[in-house]
Design a protein around this ligand. Structure first.
Ligand code: RIB
Ligand code: CA
Length: 309
């Protein structure tokens, strides 16, 4: 029985690979809908990109709901310097003719959770957590229907957008604080593990050798120029780690920790303080992932992606 999931996303190249990976295994993951949020690029572009990616995978049946224009409190900060002006530099994809589905992303998340079977569904946030926080605040009754929140965000050590903070949590730390405080089971993929998921040249060549349109787009995205100072020479597959954990949890290790979010403005904004050694003796609120078998991850991801057009 395929696991029902929602991907909340700010495509972004790594989001695109994560969505393609999810769509390549419909027997394992039942993608209920995609919800978009402002992050890597403004929400108009993240929404257009989500539609382009679904077209690439031949999945125009997947509803895409447009979401938050920006964070709950702070002004929006985007990352075109990394992902290019339209957010998908290197993919070379045509714009979709399809329109987003009616209804705000937060309302779509609420509706999907309320109508989910007893076992609920899994939320996979790949961008700033604004839509998830809005949904929780608008409809607290949905929290028991959240089977898991498996998110990309935060960092055990150095950040990427500032020394203290990872981009998704930095953009909307107030939303992250709401999500990490909601009580739903959280699996956190921070930079400590996603920076291990950098494709080698052989990995990239193996994907290119698939010869499909999806493979060509992924190859273009993975081989695009990358600015310095972000912590890795190659493009880390941050967001695909979220989907990979759902498919192959045995490739990852981690531990339950208490995670605190810094919401104040200043050099520590967006810091995820992870009490890895439980020094503060506070109840854990996340299962924090710290390692991945990257070689196996790329091998298995390539096999899965081979199923796409
Ligand atoms: O810090 C990396 C995260 O920020 C990734 O999800 C990337 O797509 C951006 O959203
Ligand atoms: Ca993302």
């Amino acid at each position: 029985m395929a696991e029902p999931i929602i991907i909340d996303t700010d495509p972004g190249q790594d989001d695109a690979v994560a969505i393609l990976l999810a769509l390549s295994v419909p027997d394992r993951l039942d993608l209920q809908c995609i919800t978009t949020v402002a992050g890597n690029v403004p929400v108009g572009l993240t929404t257009a990109n989500a539609l382009r990616i679904c077209d690439l995978a031949g999945r125009a049946d997947v509803a895409v709901h447009r979401g938050a224009e920006g964070p709950l409190v702070y002004p929006l900060e985007t990352a075109e310097f990394v992902c290019g002006p339209d957010g998908l530099a290197g993919a070379d994809l045509p714009l979709s003719r399809r329109e987003p589905a009616p209804g705000h992303a937060a309302l779509a998340i609420i509706a999907a959770l309320r109508s989910a079977p007893g076992s609920g569904l899994i939320l996979c946030p790949l961008g700033p957590l604004t839509n998830i926080a809005l949904a929780i605040r608008l409809a607290p009754d949905i929290v028991p229907k959240i089977r898991h929140i498996v998110l990309m965000g935060g960092a055990i050590a150095l950040g990427n957008i500032t020394p203290a903070a990872e981009f998704n949590v930095y953009v909307d730390p107030h939303a992250a604080a709401i999500v990490f405080g909601c009580g739903a089971p959280i699996v956190m993929m921070g930079l400590g593990v996603t920076h291990q998921a950098v494709a080698t040249l052989d990995d990239v060549q193996a994907i290119a050798a698939l010869g499909s349109a999806s493979a060509r787009a992924i190859y273009g995205m993975l081989t695009r120029p990358r600015p310095g100072g972000l912590g890795t020479a190659g493009h880390p597959m941050h967001d695909p780690c979220v989907i990979a954990w759902l498919l192959w949890p045995e490739l990852f290790t981690g531990r339950s920790c208490h995670v605190e979010i810094e919401t104040a403005a200043g050099p520590l904004r967006g810091r995820t303080t992870i009490d890895w050694n439980n020094r503060l003796q506070r109840a854990p609120n996340a299962f924090v992932i710290d390692t991945v078998d990257a070689a196996a991850l790329f091998r298995r991801m390539t096999v899965a992606l081979a199923r796409l057009p």
